[in-house]
Ligand binder design. Structure first.
Ligand SMILES: [Zn+2]
Length: 269
């Protein structure tokens, strides 16, 4: 945790400090070693949120793009009586979860059902093979609208645990590095949308600044919905084209068939 309560005030961890967890009000202690980023830990050594993963520098720097009052928001789960800490929850109710560790699809779905209005930001640097795979696949992305791409074989391109997500998933392949070359592909974010055209996935490439600004201005949800409407439209047009092709093919097959029957009849009689 980034903040604990000291005299009721959210306070960042500093060596020697003790405070209370803003979720369960149990005592927490500042951990300010050299191995991990400075954070607060529950005295009993277990977070009150069983979804919580140890924070990395990557988590912390992403969260710090947003106001501190939006970070680490405790939300009650009425079904289970548990509490979960949203990494970021905006004043419009959008939740953003920053995920570094592996998560299995079942677990991912549970969290998506709980947060509903959310987006994932995934650390694409955890597995060394993930970025080279994307890099190799990018030339085959097909533009369907400016900045929106059809991705054939998404399994070859994005980590498979995220392909069935029901919300937008944004991959960050830069991690904590800073990369001077503005054209380096890792300076962009890759947003995978929860829709398909046929079996192709849909990805939108956007800048970090565009994403962060859209979240801060409250425009992200509108932006994502506009894209999803566009994708739906393209998908509908594609489906109609497929149906037309199928009808033409059927007509062609039927014509061939009747010609063949006439020919056979002609031979027989
Ligand atoms: Zn707690």
């Amino acid at each position: 945790m980034h903040f604990a309560l000291i005299d009721g005030k959210p306070t960042a961890a500093e060596s020697g400090l003790k405070g209370l967890c803003p979720g369960c009000y149990q005592p927490v202690i500042a951990k300010c070693g050299t191995q991990r980023i400075h954070h607060w830990a529950h005295l009993k050594n277990k977070s009150c949120d069983n979804w919580w993963e140890p924070e990395t520098e990557w988590h912390r720097s992403w969260k710090n793009n947003f106001p501190s009052t939006w970070q680490e928001i405790f939300l009650p789960d009425l079904r289970t009586g548990e509490k979960h800490i949203a990494d970021v929850k905006t004043s419009n109710g959008l939740v953003i979860e920053f995920q570094h560790s592996h998560i299995d699809p079942q677990e991912r779905t549970t969290r998506e059902d709980f947060y509903q209005n959310m987006a994932w930001v995934v650390d694409g640097t955890r597995l060394k093979k993930d970025y080279p795979r994307l890099q190799k696949a990018i030339p085959s992305f097909r533009t369907i609208r400016t900045g929106i791409f059809r991705v054939e074989d998404p399994e070859e391109c994005f980590p498979s645990a995220w392909l069935g997500s029901s919300v937008p998933v944004i991959f960050d392949f830069r991690g904590n590095e800073s990369i001077g070359d503005p054209k380096d592909l890792r300076n962009s974010l890759y947003c995978l949308f929860p829709m398909r055209i046929g079996s192709d996935a849909i990805a939108v490439v956007l800048s970090r600044k565009a994403f962060i600004d859209a979240v801060i201005n409250g425009k992200w949800t509108q932006w994502a919905n506009n894209h999803m409407n566009n994708i739906r439209q393209v998908s509908k047009e594609w489906q109609e084209q497929m149906n037309r092709n199928q009808r033409q093919q059927d007509a062609l097959n039927f014509a061939r068939f009747t010609r063949a029957v006439r020919y056979q009849k002609g031979r027989r009689f």
